[in-house]
Design a protein around this ligand. Structure first.
Ligand code: NDP
Ligand code: OXD
Length: 306
């Protein structure tokens, strides 16, 4: 019996080696070079070509190699099987580390100093006053990020689908409370999953509800944001700046106006990258569970889509 690693365009030697150490009796194969597709019982998947799972007639479960399952669920031919995703303290720590860096960048006005450097301008300024942060999405990552910044002394608000009670965090829920959740924020951090309900959710009305000069950080998925509305809010207000780690199309096409916009900071989907060493044990455990027919760790709710 075997496990197929279906993660195109990525070097998989380390994942293959570590999984083989954890599961010495199981063949770990890199798709599309499969010894016998009928032997594959478990697939570790990230951005799979649509249709590629259909030939695996004995597949029992799908393990997403990241936290977000939108690219897996977008396959119209996806077999009806249990899916699990990555939930990992190391991934959460990486996301917090990235956001700490971005908050420092804006607080210290490094965006402005970097623009001034291009004009040889020497204009000292004190740090920006950023005191209120709103997190969109209060799941594994959003709730940890919210409590981290709360401990740093920021005032936190958060927004989710369902109501929450989190210490020292003002919680909002449901579409009707989205604008209230962000109205007073200096910084908005998006940590929502991409689903049919969140696609293009952050458009013109959302950006118009922000406070003048607000900073928007998207570390979730690009298609949650209407880029035309984002650019209009940067050019004509109220948005002050945007840090974007994720895009509707990745890599971001060279012709995108986001690249050249002076108020946009771009990073290439690096805010929290799955750490092979720390996730191997949960993948191996899910393989065992799939074989035994017991519930997977970190299951995805296929009706909600996350
Ligand atoms: P979770 O599934 O744990 O949390 C999702 C949160 O979003 C929940 O609080 C949920 O509400 C809320 N939510 C979902 N749909 C809606 C909606 N329609 N309206 C309001 N709130 C909604 O996800 P994670 O925290 O683990 O990850 C979030 C996303 O971050 C991932 O889906 C992925 O796309 C992205 N990501 C990006 C990375 C990067 O490198 N850039 C790395 C890792 C993840 P409720 O609690 O009520 O269910
Ligand atoms: C993820 C990601 O969802 O890397 O884990 O984007």
């Amino acid at each position: 019996m075997s496990i197929a690693l279906i993660i195109p365009d990525r070097k998989l030697d380390d994942l293959q080696y570590r999984l083989q150490q954890a599961l010495p009796q199981t063949r770990i194969e890199i798709w599309p070079e499969l010894y016998d597709p009928a032997e594959v019982e478990f697939a570790v998947v990230w951005r799979q070509p649509h249709g590629c799972l259909n030939g695996l007639v004995n597949l029992k479960a799908i393990q997403c190699f990241g936290a977000g399952v939108d690219s897996i669920l977008s396959d119209p031919t996806l077999p009806d099987l249990p899916i699990s995703r990555i939930v990992d303290p190391a991934l959460t720590a990486a996301m917090i580390g990235y956001l700490d860096g971005v908050m420092s960048y804006y607080r210290l006005q490094l965006d402005m100093f970097s623009r001034q450097q291009q004009q040889s301008l020497w204009r000292p300024k004190s740090p920006r006053k950023l005191s209120r942060i709103t997190i969109l999405g209060l799941g594994e990552l959003g709730s940890a990020v919210a409590s981290h910044f709360c401990q740093q002394g920021y005032q936190l608000a958060g927004w989710a689908r369902s109501g929450k009670s989190l210490q020292d965090i003002q919680c909002f829920a449901g579409d009707e409370q989205l604008h209230h959740a962000v109205a007073a924020a200096d910084v908005i951090i998006c940590l929502l999953p991409l689903t049919p309900s969140t696609e293009n959710l952050l458009g013109r009305d959302f950006f118009q509800a922000l406070k003048p000069g607000a900073i928007f950080i998207n570390v979730a998925r690009g298609a949650i944001v209407d880029d035309t509305a984002l650019l209009a809010a940067l050019d004509h207000g109220p948005l002050g700046a945007a840090c974007l780690d994720v895009f509707r199309q990745e890599p971001l096409p060279p012709a995108s106006p986001l690249w050249q916009h002076p108020a946009v900071l771009i990073t290439p989907h690096v805010s929290a990258v799955t750490n092979v060493a720390t996730v191997v044990s949960q993948i191996a455990e899910n393989y065992r569970r799939a074989q035994q027919g017991t519930g997977l760790l970190n299951p995805v709710d296929l009706v909600r889509g996350y």
